[in-house]
Ligand binder design. Structure first.
Ligand code: HEC
Length: 217
C-alpha cells in the first residue's frame, strides 16, 4: 500500500509542477502578445524615439530585401536584369506566376501581420496610390502627406481615433533610384488614375506612417 501511496503522491506532485509550468507559459504568452488591440506604449519612453526605432527596422528590411533578394532575380516586372543571378521574377503578380513579391508588396505583407499584434500599426501610403490599401485615411494622414510631399521632412503629431490617443509619425518615401519613378509612371493603374503625375528621381512618392497607441491618462 505504501508503494501505491508514494506513487500517487509522486504523480500528484509532478502534475502540480506541470500545471504550474503550463500556467507560467500561458501568463507569459498573454503578457507578451500585447492582448487587446489597444495595448498602449508604457509611460516613460519618448514615443518619437519609439517611432524612430520602428522606422529604422522597416527601412532596413525593405532595403535588404531589395538589395539581396530582388536585385538577384533575373527579371523585374517583365524586364531583364543584367546583374540578376537567380532564375526568378520579382513581379506584382507573384502569386499567379510563381515569382517573388515587389519590395512594396513585401512591406505590406509584413505590415498586415504586424498590425494584428495590437501594439502599433504601420503602412506605406501615398497621394498617388496604386493599391487602394495605400490611400491616406483620416485628417492626420491627408495633411501630413501634403506637408511632407512639399517639405520632404518627416511629420509627427498626436491624433485621436475612436477615443484612443495615438502618436503618429510619417516618414517620406523617396524615389531614390530611377526605377522607382519609371515603374510607377508606367504602371497601368497609375496611368489611368494620375496621367499627369510623373515621378522623378528625388521626389517624395508617399510615406511610411507609424501609429503608436498612448495611455489616455
Ligand atoms: C517594378 C515596379 C516597382 C518599382 C521598381 C517600385 N515600385 Fe513602388 N509600388 C509598385 C507597386 C505595384 C505598388 C503597389 C504594391 C501593393 O500592391 O501593395 C507599389 C507601391 C508603392 C507605394 C505605396 C503607394 C501605392 O502606390 O500603392 C509607394 C510609396 C512606393 N511604391 C514607392 C516606391 C519607391 C520609393 C520605389 C523605389 C525605391 C518604388 N516604389 C519602386 C511598383 C514598383
Amino acid at each position: 500500500m505504501a508503494f501505491i501511496e508514494n506513487w500517487l503522491t509522486a504523480i500528484r506532485t509532478r502534475t502540480v509542477a506541470f500545471l504550474a509550468i503550463v500556467l507560467a507559459i500561458a501568463v507569459t504568452a498573454v503578457s507578451c502578445s500585447g492582448g487587446a488591440p489597444t495595448a498602449s506604449a508604457p509611460a516613460g519612453i519618448d514615443p518619437s524615439l519609439v517611432a524612430e526605432y520602428i522606422h529604422t527596422v522597416l527601412a532596413a528590411d525593405r532595403t535588404a530585401y531589395t538589395k539581396h533578394v530582388v536585385s538577384r532575380a533575373k527579371m523585374l516586372e517583365g524586364k531583364e536584369k543584367p546583374d540578376g543571378v537567380l532564375d526568378i521574377e520579382a513581379t506584382e503578380g507573384w502569386q499567379q506566376t510563381d515569382g517573388i513579391p515587389l519590395p512594396a508588396q513585401m512591406f505590406r505583407l509584413g505590415s498586415e501581420i504586424a498590425n494584428e499584434s495590437g501594439f502599433f500599426t504601420y503602412n506605406l501610403i501615398s497621394e498617388w496610390y496604386i493599391n487602394d490599401n495605400h490611400a491616406p485615411k483620416g485628417e492626420f494622414e491627408e495633411t501630413a502627406l501634403a506637408t511632407m510631399t512639399e517639405t520632404g521632412e518627416a511629420v509627427k503629431d498626436y491624433q485621436e481615433i475612436g477615443g484612443q490617443q495615438y502618436y503618429s509619425a510619417m516618414y517620406p518615401d523617396i524615389a531614390v533610384v530611377e526605377s522607382c519613378a519609371t515603374c510607377h509612371n508606367t504602371h497601368p493603374v497609375h496611368l489611368e488614375r494620375y496621367p499627369d503625375k510623373i515621378f522623378e528621381v528625388g521626389d517624395v512618392m508617399g510615406g511610411v506612417v507609424i501609429n503608436i497607441p498612448m495611455d489616455n491618462a
